[in-house]
Design a binder for this molecule. Structure first.
Ligand SMILES: [Cu+2]
Length: 144
């Protein structure tokens, strides 16, 4: 049986408010797959944010920590292995921002099951100030 939309859960979805003068920010969540087959998030879009894409924070060729593209633009979510989008790790980049983020906004993910079916899932992200990020312990939220 292929995975259903309600089997992919985004827990504690939130985003950091855009800093003054910045044109990008980032969003985070813990993603779990309650289905029985791997899925890939293959498209990222929002009517609020001009460009949504996955990136991770890692060491480049010169051994300097920086944000690095996910070249495939795909993120794999395996059953039983929660995928964490968190500050300093894999995150959802919000680019080309021209104004502050609203208190909450939606991102629609296109999710492709290993067996073929594709569905969309829209997730609401709550916006917080950056100094609240450290207090937002998304791991403490219930993981289903
Ligand atoms: Cu980034």
């Amino acid at each position: 049986m292929s995975t259903q939309s309600n089997q992919i859960q985004f827990i504690g979805a939130y985003a950091g408010q855009k800093n003054p003068g910045a044109n990008s920010s980032a969003a985070f969540a813990l993603v779990t797959n309650l289905g029985s087959e791997p899925v890939n998030i293959i498209k990222w879009k929002s009517t609020t944010v001009p460009m949504v894409m996955p990136m991770y924070f890692g060491l480049d060729q010169e051994n300097i920590w920086r944000m690095i593209d996910v070249p495939s633009k795909k993120v794999n979510i395996d059953p039983g292995i929660p995928t964490l989008f968190a500050p300093g790790y894999l995150h959802i980049m919000l680019n080309n921002l021209t104004s502050e983020l609203p208190d909450s906004f939606d991102i629609t993910f296109t999710i492709e099951c290993k067996s073929g079916p594709v569905f969309e899932k829209t997730v609401t992200f709550e916006t917080v100030e950056w100094d609240q990020l450290a207090k937002q312990n998304i791991l403490s939220k219930p993981v289903l």
